[in-house]
Design a protein around this ligand. Structure first.
Ligand SMILES: [Zn+2]
Length: 233
């Protein structure tokens, strides 16, 4: 019986020793876990929004009208060029567009987006449908500024959503679409100038042959954006 008495305290001592080791291991694991959480939360809180982020214009610019012509068959190529109905742009570019929208809204108008970010895959699709360098950039040579997320095709609507009378429709490749304004009415020219002024004052540049197309003057900051799941067709 004396042996039994000796054995019990010994077992107790062993258990308490192992408990202590276990407690230290668990404590270290918990501390590591909390430290990791602290680092992650710090990163999430302190990481600033980058101008290069892609943002959804529907959320980013209140009241903006969006009708993505290439998401439907209702375009010059008579085929959908991409299947997304999201109008995306770089945050820096969207910020400028928001400024243009505010200017135009104060004058009783709104922007209407025809095309914004165009995935590089869509450029292959365009080239497949129209392999003509006068109208489409050969994706084997390079990509449109739309694929950088830093160019936009826009027109103007009034407060009822009615499109203003502009020089031409979208993707009209005639001389009427250019900016010399000689072969269009005064109203068309005035409306195109109204749009151009709001866009240029907000940090875009216009191009001569397409009254609807505007490049972010900072587009050199952004490279072609490949979506994470992108695969070249
Ligand atoms: Zn364009």
């Amino acid at each position: 019986m004396a042996n039994d008495h000796n054995r019990v305290p010994l077992r107790k001592r062993q258990i308490s020793k192992y408990s202590w080791v276990l407690a230290v291991i668990l404590g270290l694991a918990l501390a590591g876990y909390l430290w990791q959480g602290y680092l992650n939360s710090g990163r999430a809180v302190t990481q600033p929004a980058s101008p290069a982020d892609m943002v959804d214009l529907r959320d980013y610019i209140p009241g903006i009208q969006i009708e993505l012509v290439y998401a439907t068959e209702n375009n010059v190529y008579k085929k959908p060029i991409y299947d997304s109905d999201q109008a995306l742009l770089r945050r820096g570019t969207a910020e400028k567009l928001k400024k243009a929208q505010q200017t135009l809204q104060s004058q009783g108008y709104s922007l209407k987006i025809w095309d914004a970010y165009r995935p590089p895959q869509a450029q292959y699709r365009l080239w497949e449908v129209m392999p003509d360098r006068r109208y489409v950039i050969d994706p084997n040579q390079g990509f449109s500024n739309h694929s950088r997320g830093a160019a936009v095709d826009v027109t103007l609507v009034d407060l009822t959503g009615q499109e203003l009378f502009m020089p031409t429709g979208f993707d009209n490749f005639t001389a009427q679409a250019d900016r010399d304004y000689r072969d269009i009415s005064q109203v068309q020219a005035d409306n195109a100038r109204l749009l151009e002024k709001a866009m240029v004052d907000s940090g875009f540049s216009s191009i001569f042959y397409e009254w609807w197309h505007f490049n972010d003057t900072d587009l050199g900051q952004y490279s072609v954006y490949w979506p994470p799941q992108a695969q070249i067709p």
